[in-house]
Write a protein that binds this ligand. Sequence first.
Ligand code: NAD
Ligand code: ZN
Length: 367
Amino acid sequence: AAAITVPVPLGDRAYEILVGRGLLQGAGARIAALGARAAAIVTDEHVGPLYARSLAEALERHGLRTATLALPPGEATKSYAFLEKVCDFALEARIERGDLVVALGGGVVGDLAGFAAAVVRRGVRFVQVPTTLLAQVDSSVGGKTGINSRHGKNLVGAFHQPSLVLADTAALDTLSLREMRAGYAEVVKYGLIDDASFFDWCEARWRGVFAGGPERDEAVARSCRAKAAVVVRDEREDGDRALLNLGHTFGHALERITRYDSARLVHGEGVAIGLCLAFRFSASLGLCPDRDARRVEAHLAEAGLPTRLNHVPGGCGTVEELLDAMAQDKKVKGGALTFILARGIGKSFIAPGIAADEVRSFLKKEI
Ligand code: NAD
Ligand code: ZN
């Protein structure tokens, strides 16, 4: 299958993201080219039955020894307990320094298996084979890996870049419409951050992304290119990697309020509402034209995503609860909040020092 190649030029840790329909078929040769002798495949119990056997067989045909571990699906798996399981599994599979951990699944599998790869034998190489839209456009790119702690999400982890990312867009054919939409919110985010023409393209072509046409490959590749560009400029998030958090200060607060209960809200749904709030907040501060905020909302709504606080099933809590939830976000400094705001579509910027009172009066109008 033909692939679009997105380079991630990170010096001696440079790697490629390959995007294309049917890439899993040729995965054996591409992964074997990395020169490992063995691969520990980590997946979950939804994805494993669909894709793990053919991936393992493809690797074995190219001379790699494989072992596969399927974990329970869901955010709760990003835990110390499962980190131990994955590390022990990799050691059991006699994975050595030249060998590979292969993460086959969504962001949960990618974050957990990537972190295990970062720590097992003080670091082995890993390959991301993302199977959700969110993982293909976001979590598999950039090298952030980790697990959740009782103190919060993603608080224990490591930067560990993959050696290869293989995004087979045909794998998304089996993804639920809800998860597809959630990942799509992150695609739209890239247009909103700094690429107005990509947002225009999304408005015109989004149906093809969902239907699995060539637009899907293009959307994944453009998103990866956008994320890779930010990561290359600011690998460890000391600077403008924070732009990737557009919509996420509000979004994370909503996830916290709904207790990370995916029956109520999944991450991308929180992001969709968060993107709309970030634009309406920007408009209410006089920074951004109202018409841009309305366009953002209209597009996300047409793609089937929630856009308003009252779209949160079971409610979004009170203004004070929302503020508390935002204050727990790691981007808070001394009573003031750092937001990613926008002067318009494709014109986002980091706004430190937004007073809690400004947010409060905005949220009062929104609730
Ligand atoms: P997920 O991994 O939980 O996958 C969502 C659901 O889809 C699961 O039930 C999974 O089993 C199922 N699934 C996956 N692929 C499938 C397929 N092809 N067909 C059918 N079902 C499939 O969730 P996600 O949205 O992919 O990832 C969320 C995680 O990603 C969160 O833990 C988040 O913190 C993390 N994340 C990490 C980064 C990063 O930079 N590392 C960035 C964003 C998000
Ligand atoms: Zn996100």
